[in-house]
Design a binder for this molecule. Structure first.
Ligand SMILES: [Ca+2]
Length: 264
């Protein structure tokens, strides 16, 4: 009898810990590549959603990362995220943030991340640009649904730059931060959500139509389905995503305990 009670308690504790573990990762974090884990064919994706990137061309692990290792992209190489099979619940529509450390080999048009809807809508452009700045754009479904198109900052080659584009539909505002500084903002031109499918694909490091090849190093790419605040962008930049998520989770647990207390 005593033995079975111990087992029961252990089972209860395990299931409780399981639910805590599930809470630790922020549910709005859709994609996270720390580039610490490569297999022969894939780069392992760490959000918990399992969207490992299939390596196309020459994407190699480099130990010259901003945090540990990075991915080194040769021109025309990319990670294929199998866009058509991404869970619709994970597709950002009410808000989006794309955050990454990049160290580009030259000042040229380069896509950090790209996704294209089944109807051909280019729904997101987080880019370093050949004309010397950075870009952040979202669109609703075609035709003519550009929500914002921000250009700002000074594109620099051969140094680590922190890129963060954010958009909240509710706040109707988009912001572009470079190295934690706001370099551009735009009020949403339309009330539409972001196009809600990645039917023609989603990639890291190359546009769907094989343009704007990312060339150089990338680290700590994280894609969210909400607009991060300036404070959150800076926390992610300064502390790294693991520490950010830990603080995020502690905040959530505090809220949960608070709720439990009040409900008694
Ligand atoms: Ca890394």
């Amino acid at each position: 009898m005593k033995h079975s009670i111990v087992i029961l308690v252990c089972l209860l504790l395990t299931s409780q810990m399981g639910s805590f573990a599930a809470d630790v990762i922020d549910p709005d974090l859709v994609l996270y590549f720390d580039f610490e884990e490569f297999t022969a064919t894939n780069v392992i994706e760490k959000s918990g959603n399992g969207y490992d990137g299939r390596i196309n061309g020459n994407v190699k692990q480099s130990n010259d990362g901003k945090f540990g290792n990075a991915a080194k992209f040769a021109a025309g190489s990319f990670l294929d995220l199998d866009g058509p099979n991404v869970d619709p619940d994970h597709i950002p529509t009410e808000g989006m943030s794309v955050v990454a450390w990049i160290n580009v080999e030259s000042v040229a048009d380069m896509a950090i991340f790209n996704a294209r809807a089944g109807d051909g809508t280019w729904l997101v452009h987080p880019e370093a640009r050949g004309d010397g700045n950075y870009r952040w754009l979202n669109r609703g479904h075609n035709p003519g649904k550009t929500l914002f198109d921000i250009r700002g900052g000074a594109n620099k080659a051969n140094e680590w730059i922190h890129y963060a584009g954010t958009f909240s539909r509710e706040a109707a505002m988009a912001y572009l931060y470079i190295n934690g500084n706001k370099v551009g903002e735009e009020k949403a031109r339309l009330p539409d959500p972001i196009a809600g499918d990645w039917g023609q694909g989603a990639r890291v490091g190359y546009n769907i139509d094989n343009n704007r090849p990312f060339t150089g190093l990338m680290d700590e790419l994280n894609v969210w389905k909400r607009g991060l605040t300036e404070e959150e962008v800076n926390s992610i930049m300064n502390e790294g995503i693991i520490e950010f998520l830990a603080v995020d989770a502690r905040g959530k647990l505090t809220t949960t305990w608070g709720k439990l207390k009040t409900s008694k």
